[in-house]
Design a protein around this ligand. Structure first.
Ligand code: NAP
Length: 247
């Protein structure tokens, strides 16, 4: 797998899965432009790690739910590298709560980042990829988007929506050299899951056939596969990376 000469845009590259994706693409030779919401120290750590691998990297503070911020992100990639070969829609948030008591603001916040943000990035990058007649779009959904989860009605809706958008855009771009796929991780060890109480972690672990949590690198490998030339005949698919949880 080589990404030499390719340029990747990764949303939410400052931490967790996004940082692991940036690291793997950079290690395989890609130029990486990533965005983050506000954690500048974490973003700088990602920059340091990628530069240590010899990669060209740009970090952009950009809220993906804001169209002008998405434009800044894509413009940075075009200005500095001339093209966008790969878009990884990774940035995402949770605002968990039971449906009966969930605040509308928590529903709206998750949809704004996880669904509308992905749409805005897909739309902006697809325009460039169509001109290039080449592109790879990989979005991070979730096992929760396929099977649902109590306490995550907003998050499940957003991640199911990502799958719907993936299949729709894949159909629109299939004949134009652009593939569009999704990865649906299960329970991966990051800041997002570290916030779960011990009882919830133990209960979740019991639902994973491989009886272990995943690592960010497990997801990065699947993303890199779908972003690579070896996956050129794969589009509109959802690849589970979940230790068997989604079986
Ligand atoms: P994380 O550790 O909480 O990191 C989230 C990343 O997204 C950070 O880089 C954050 O930036 C960025 N971000 C959040 N909101 C943003 C916004 N509006 N605009 C731009 N960037 C934003 O999350 P993670 O666990 O790595 O999850 C990454 C993706 O995988 C998410 O889409 C998540 O839903 C999905 N996923 C995770 C798991 C899991 O078990 N961890 C399972 C299935 C799916 P800052 O650092 O600046 O805050």
């Amino acid at each position: 797998m080589s990404f030499a000469g390719k340029t990747a845009v990764v949303t939410g590259g400052s931490r967790g899965l996004g940082r692991a994706v940036c690291r793997l693409l950079a290690a395989e030779g890609a130029n990486v432009v990533f965005c983050y919401a506000g954690n500048a120290a974490a973003a700088q750590e990602t920059v340091r790690e990628l530069e240590a691998l010899g990669a060209q990297v740009r970090a952009v503070q950009a809220d993906i739910s804001d169209p002008s911020a998405v434009k800044l992100l894509m413009d940075t990639a075009i200005r500095d590298f001339g093209r966008i070969d790969i878009l990884v829609n990774n940035a995402g948030i949770t605002r968990d709560g039971l449906a009966m008591t969930m605040k509308e603001t928590d529903f709206d916040a998750v949809i704004a980042t996880n669904l509308k943000g992905v749409f805005l990035c897909m739309k902006a990058a697809a325009r460039i990829m169509l001109r290039q007649k080449y592109g790879r779009i990989v979005s991070i959904s979730s096992v929760v988007g396929v099977h649902g989860n109590a306490g995550q009605i907003n998050y499940a809706a957003s991640k199911a929506g990502v799958i719907g958008m993936t299949k729709s855009l894949a159909k629109e771009l299939a004949a134009k050299g652009v593939t569009v796929n999704a990865v649906a991780p299960g329970f991966i060890e990051t800041d997002m899951t570290a916030a779960l109480p011990e009882t919830a972690r133990t209960a979740l672990l019991a639902t994973i056939p491989q009886a272990r949590l995943g690592a960010p690198e497990d997801v990065a490998q699947a993303v890199a596969f779908l972003a690579g030339d070896g996956a050129s005949y794969i589009t509109g698919q959802v690849l589970g990376v979940d230790g068997g949880m989604g079986m």
